[in-house]
Design a protein around this ligand. Structure first.
Ligand SMILES: *Cc1c(COP(=O)(O)O)cnc(C)c1O
Length: 392
């Protein structure tokens, strides 16, 4: 049996070896292990300096002021801090939040909680290609709308939203904009000096850093975004996120984001080429549909539905190819993808959807092997299927 092929980079990425090496140098007595808050001595000051260097690296990737970044345990916590924090701090203005049905569960679950607490949430429908039309956002904004939360790149389909345009609209209407950028940082340019985005969530482990660390960007200029903390304690991170900073995780995230910035000019183009190679090969099987906008799509993600086959049956037939049905976070349940359903896919097409996601270490050979295995499985399963040929 050939060794398994990893095509699930949107669920998590392996840590870049350079990043792992940096992380390892911030644990032991021989390394920089101090508590960054212990600024009375050398060990603490060294750690604090490492944390600030990392903050500058992360900020540089999104062209932000380093002082506007707060460390968190990941994008999930960043999303929680952004949504609860802003809604609680601005309750006097209103309790309405605007989001989309295609958001990650790490947003939708928070919205359910806000609703149970007496807030109101509007969940926008996307177009069939996954994009949220600007006019639909404009029509849904209300005098009591405090915040709009929309992701930059969708984790299931790879579809990209036009944040500069959305931000211009929300800014004009006096509504704050939060963006979950877990899937876009390091893959698409992000420019917070010019984009009217107020808060933005980041994760390290989607970009060759370790799991368990992320950041929330909170704009302080020209107007400081007001935020209620979720955690109280030692007053770290300007009192907005208490807890001893995990220096090794933070330094690793900084290194991962530094490498990503270095790679931006070449890596996305290389990955897009592999993704297109994969799509061209799968399309020859016939009755394969691509889910989501074909151009406004991040390089590493390809979401396709195979007619007459459920994704579960297909995945079971190719145990050596690591891909996902829907998102990793929802594939435990048996529900078809809420993202594809919101885009208007019927349940059959949604159940036939497979997400391939490629990354830094994906090779042409792996793509060709995956195509071979998937093609053989699709043909085999279609011959067994009472639904096939579906439309002849
Ligand atoms: C992975 C992911 C998250 C969760 O990030 P964690 O750092 O694992 O908490 C949130 N939003 C999106 C879009 C993601 O892809």
């Amino acid at each position: 049996m050939r060794s398994p092929i990893y095509l699930d980079y949107a669920a998590t990425t392996p840590v870049d070896p350079q990043v792992a090496a940096r992380l390892g140098r911030h644990l032991t007595l021989a390394g920089v292990f101090g508590n960054p808050a212990s600024t009375t001595h050398y060990f603490g000051r060294q750690a604090a300096q490492a944390v600030e260097t990392a903050r500058a690296e992360v900020a540089a990737l999104i062209n932000a002021d380093p002082g506007d970044l707060l460390w968190t345990s990941g994008a999930t916590e960043a999303n929680n801090l952004a949504l609860f924090g802003v809604m609680r701090a601005n309750a006097r203005k209103g309790r309405h939040l605007l989001t989309a049905k295609t958001e990650h569960k790490a947003i939708l679950d928070i919205c359910r909680r806000l609703e149970r607490d007496g807030g109101t949430v509007t969940y926008l429908d996307p177009d069939p290609d996954g994009r949220i039309p600007l006019a639909r956002i404009a029509a849904a904004l209300r005098p009591d709308t405090v915040l709009a939360s929309l992701m930059h790149v969708n984790n299931e389909t790879g579809v990209i939203q036009d944040l500069a345009a959305i931000g211009a609209l929300t800014r004009e209407r006096g509504v704050l904009l939060h963006v979950d950028a877990a899937q876009s940082a390091g893959k698409l340019p992000i420019d917070l000096q010019t984009w009217p985005v107020d808060l933005l969530s980041l994760s390290a482990h989607k970009l060759y850093g370790p799991k368990g660390v992320g950041a929330l960007y909170v704009r302080q200029r020209p107007v400081r975004v007001r935020l209620e903390p979720l955690l109280y304690g030692g007053g770290q991170e300007r009192g907005l996120r208490a807890g001893t900073l995990p220096t090794h995780q933070i330094v690793a995230m900084g290194e991962a984001f530094r490498i990503a910035r270095e790679q931006m000019a070449v890596e996305p183009a290389r990955i897009a080429e592999l993704r297109d190679r994969l799509w061209r090969a799968l399309a020859t099987l016939g009755e394969v549909t691509r889910n989501g906008h074909a151009e406004q799509c991040v390089a590493g993600i390809l979401n396709v539905s195979f007619a007459s086959i459920t994704a579960e049956a297909l995945l079971a037939d190719v145990p050596n190819i690591a891909v996902s049905t829907g998102s990793a976070c929802t594939s435990a349940g048996n529900e078809p993808s809420h993202v594809l359903r919101a885009m208007g896919c019927d349940a059959v097409r949604a159940r036939g959807a497979v997400r391939f996601s490629l990354g830094r270490f994906t090779t042409v050979e792996e793509i060709d092997q995956a195509v071979q295995a998937i093609s053989a499985a699709v043909q085999r399963l279609r011959e067994l299927s009472p639904l096939w040929p579906s439309s002849h």
